[in-house]
Design a protein around this ligand. Structure first.
Ligand code: PLP
Length: 356
């Protein structure tokens, strides 16, 4: 098991279910599917798989730098954001790192691989699962070399307060702590530009972005990291295995930032369906639901004798249970926001499971 969502085939085989009948709410992928231009581009450029891609990925890096109006030297693309989580950890080589829990599992795996000590900083339900200035006290008491924070967070879907983020950036800059901000889902928030505009003035800030969720290309794989630490970026480029991004993904990355109609359509879909799922899920008295900012929702099921994950699976609906997130237990779940009919199916199945 990968320990992540999206493992439909594995679960279908395990439970003897037809995989094509399951609706996958466990992976947070844009249900509009990959942009048509992306599919056309791939069809028209299949011959590029017969050559090695440019090991420097010059055109791809230029496209990313242009899209974010930042220096070419501050950008490194990767085979999904995941490759860059491992690359930045290997480059920083921290002795001690702080992780906010619950959070995305790959930071911990990458840190464990290099033998870093990990300090867990719990985001508690009492504090609304949100970090606040108390985190700075913990940083000053524990002196980590690096901190990971995810905005919006996975699995909670919550966006930390922007003033708090500013204080965190300033604190880490002042105390030379590497701050890795994972903005894998930020494109889903139409008005949020994230922290990339700040990298030019910061030496210790590393911003991770994923293109796999928003543009629905998790099988193609593409992500990037932007930082003002251009020595670090150069070092990561030098150290990594050559050709880790395939030629088709690199080509696709050159056009994605121009997909304005797709971006607008995504924001329109999300606005209506986020509202639909949030209001309907919140209406079940058995569930405590946290307000979503991105394309997924986090909730607790307060029925002690119900195994919601199994019950929904019987209805051909796969959701993400959160029991393997450090800091959570088997009462917590996450669901992706999907197309209108799929969301209606989820609500109908939930009605069936909770109220019979
Ligand atoms: C917070 C977060 N960061 C990074 C990733 C990895 O994304 P990618 O598919 O670009 O490797 C994920 C995937 O689920 C994620 O949830």
């Amino acid at each position: 098991m990968s320990g992540h969502g999206g493992n439909v085939i594995e679960i279908a085989e395990q439970f003897g279910l037809p995989a094509n009948e399951l609706i996958d709410f466990s992976a947070n992928i844009n249900p509009l599917g990959a942009p048509e231009r992306v599919k056309e581009l791939i069809k028209n450029h299949l011959a590029c798989i017969e050559k090695y891609p440019d090991a420097e990925y010059r055109h791809l890096h230029q496209a990313i730098a242009k899209a974010h109006q930042c220096a070419y030297a501050s950008v490194i693309a990767g085979n999904g954001a995941t490759e860059l989580i491992y690359a930045v950890v290997r480059y920083l080589n921290p002795k001690r790192a702080l992780l906010l829990i619950p959070g995305f599992a790959e930071y911990r795996r990458a840190l464990q691989q290099i033998g870093a000590e990990i300090i867990d900083y719990p985001l508690t339900e009492n504090a609304g699962f949100q970090p606040d200035l108390r985190l700075l006290d913990t940083l000053s008491n524990t002196h980590p070399d690096c901190v990971f924070i995810t905005t919006p967070n996975n699995p909670t879907g919550l966006m930390p307060d922007s003033q708090f983020m500013q204080s965190l950036v300033e604190y880490c800059e002042k105390h030379k702590i590497a701050l890795i901000v994972d903005e894998a889902f930020i494109d889903f928030l139409p008005d949020n530009r994230g922290l990339i505009p700040q990298v030019a003035a910061a030496q210790h800030l590393y911003i991770l972005r994923s293109l796999t969720k928003f543009f629905a290309i998790p099988g193609l794989r593409l992500g990037y990291l932007i930082s003002g630490d251009i020595t670090g970026i150069a070092e990561m480029k030098k150290r990594r295995e050559p050709w880790s991004i395939n030629a088709l993904a690199a080509l696709v990355g050159e056009i994605l930032f121009d997909e304005h109609a797709y971006m607008t359509a995504t924001h329109q879909w999300l606005k209506s369906q986020q509202h639909y799922l949030w209001t309907h899920l919140s209406a079940f008295p058995e569930l405590t639901v946290w307000p979503p900012s991105a394309n997924f929702l986090f909730f607790r099921c307060n029925e002690p004798n119900l195994h919601l994950w199994h019950a929904l699976l019987k209805q051909r609906i796969l959701i993400r249970h959160c029991q393997n997130y450090v800091g959570l237990d088997d009462r917590y779940y996450r669901v992706a926001i999907r197309s209108e009919w799929e969301n209606q199916r989820l609500i109908a199945a939930m009605q069936q499971v909770l109220h019979g």
